[in-house]
Design a binder for this molecule. Structure first.
Ligand SMILES: [Zn+2]
Length: 274
């Protein structure tokens, strides 16, 4: 398990080691959304985010590890846990929510009380279909609050989505990575826009993951980034497909190994990506 408390401890540790840390916003329940930085603060930047889906908390642990190991010059910003409320809900269930009305709301959505497979935030919105890129047109979209795939009332209706959009616009990264679990596959591009396929290919080969175009996807962070900037945006799905999502920590060592050159390859591509 890797939860918000673990992240908080790792952030404090990163600060002590001189890593730059910023708060880019707060979640619905008031938890900080942290961004950490390595490399040059000036010049072109890479942006990496993870754990936007609650049950994919393993990606937060992976990103903190990748940032610790990154020693390149090119600036890398990282939001390891984009959905802290959801991650706490999957870890501790309804006990992670103090407000009685929100507890009742969530219990109505999920009477079983088992939140280990939850993907949304604590308003029942799936943050990765809440971005402004053909919002509401995704293949699996739903229009009511629930554990996954609910698009929200309107694009960027959620504070967590807004925080990521605002931060991205501020740093204007030349490339972004969105970490998800699972499947060992990388999705590139958005609809007919497929920027810098050779860089995507090099990353996929280094990780040993397959590279696919994302078909039927809409409203995701990567979709929004590629659609609005036409720069390189990849969704990286880590983790063994044969492993249950709640058991993915078993595959953690492999994940770290598979992703060890990803940031380096992106950093090297700095001058070819506009
Ligand atoms: Zn996901």
């Amino acid at each position: 398990m890797y939860d918000f408390e673990d992240l908080y401890r790792d952030i404090e540790c990163a600060k002590r080691k001189g890593m730059h840390v910023e708060k880019i916003g707060k979640s619905y329940l008031g938890r900080e959304i942290f961004a950490i930085h390595q490399g040059d603060m000036q010049g072109k930047q890479i942006f990496v985010q993870g754990a936007i889906h609650a049950r994919e908390w393993i990606t937060a642990k992976l990103l903190v590890t990748m940032m610790r190991e990154y020693d390149g010059e090119v600036g890398v910003w990282c939001v390891p846990m984009s959905n802290p409320d959801g991650c706490m809900l999957t870890a501790y269930g309804i006990d992670s929510v103090k407000d009685q009305h929100i507890r009742e709301f969530l219990t109505r959505l999920n009477p079983t009380g088992d939140y280990r497979y939850w993907k949304a935030n604590c308003r029942g919105v799936d943050l990765n279909v809440n971005f402004n890129a053909d919002w509401g047109k995704g293949r699996r979209n739903v229009t009511y609050p629930c554990s996954a795939n609910y698009i929200g009332m309107f694009p960027e209706s959620e504070v967590e989505t807004k925080a990521l959009v605002g931060f991205t616009k501020r740093i204007m990264p030349y490339a972004t990575l969105s970490y998800h679990a699972k499947g060992r596959v990388i999705y590139q591009g958005y609809k007919e826009i497929l920027p810098y396929q050779e860089v995507a290919r090099e990353i996929a080969d280094s990780a040993g993951y397959s590279l696919e175009e994302s078909i039927g996807s809409a409203g995701g962070y990567k979709d929004w980034f590629v659609a609005t900037t036409r720069r390189l945006g990849l969704t990286i799905e880590v983790g063994d497909d044969d492993c249950d999502i709640t058991q993915l920590e078993r595959d953690f060592g492999n994940m770290v190994g598979q992703n060890q050159y990803v940031l380096q390859i992106l950093a090297k591509a700095k001058d070819i990506i506009l």
